[in-house]
Design a protein around this ligand. Structure first.
Ligand code: HEC
Length: 192
């Protein structure tokens, strides 16, 4: 009799415990599911970031404001070949500007001068080389040099694709020659 009662109590305890624990277990299950949802959602959110284009980084040694210049408007249609008999920027060259075709040639014909804030980048692949060895930059900054249409000139070179670019020349030596095309705002290469 005593032991029967004992069993009865034990069963009750188990039953009650189960009843008490059930909501708790359901709650835990919900939490876990919620966490799982969060993880899945986080995964979903991260997905598009991974799919976006690679971040635009400047070539080593070059200033950040020319990062991604290869995606800017290219002035020349075909690479400009080395100039026979001495080329101031020796190599096969491309010239880019951080403007749109509509900005600098609104009616199809290029207009001058270039707007303030323009950056013109010339890259050159040296003869018999397969990497960019020269970057020449012209930046138009209002008030920086009114005598030369406010262009700032600077040029960088490297002789090894694993090395950083280093400044080779700037200023007077550059505009001294570019002044030949003063009438088209010091930029030799016209939009094609
Ligand atoms: C002896 C003349 C000469 C000198 C000096 C010279 N350039 Fe040039 N530059 C040119 C010519 C010509 C071009 C046209 C494209 C080509 O054939 O390379 C040019 C093109 C450029 C371009 C592309 C835009 C354009 O004008 O077509 C940039 C940018 C540039 N030079 C920057 C410089 C910088 C910076 C310096 C000084 C470190 C410099 N240049 C010195 C003659 C010169």
């Amino acid at each position: 009799m005593k032991s029967k009662r004992h069993i009865q109590i034990k069963t009750n305890v188990i039953a009650w415990t189960a009843v008490m624990l059930l909501p708790l277990m359901m709650f835990m299950a919900c939490v876990e599911e919620k966490q799982l949802d969060d993880i899945v959602q986080q995964g979903d959110q991260e997905q598009p970031e991974q799919e976006t284009e690679e971040p635009v980084v400047a070539l080593p040694g070059l200033p950040d404001d020319v990062a991604g210049y290869e995606r800017w408007l290219k002035l020349n249609a075909e690479p400009i070949p080395p100039v026979a008999g001495g080329d101031p920027h020796n190599g096969d060259k491309n010239v880019y500007v951080n403007q749109t075709r509509d900005d600098i040639a609104p009616d199809g014909e290029q207009v001058f001068p270039y707007p303030d804030g323009s950056i013109v980048v010339k890259e050159a692949t040296r003869p018999n080389k397969d990497y960019i060895g020269l970057i020449a930059i012209m930046r138009k900054k209002a008030g920086s040099d009114p005598d030369h249409n406010d262009w700032e000139f600077i040029e960088y070179t490297r002789n090894d694709p694993d090395k950083e670019f280093a400044v080779i020349a700037s200023g007077r030596i550059c505009w001294g020659c570019h002044a030949r095309v003063e009438d088209i705002d010091y930029v030799f290469t016209e939009l094609e």
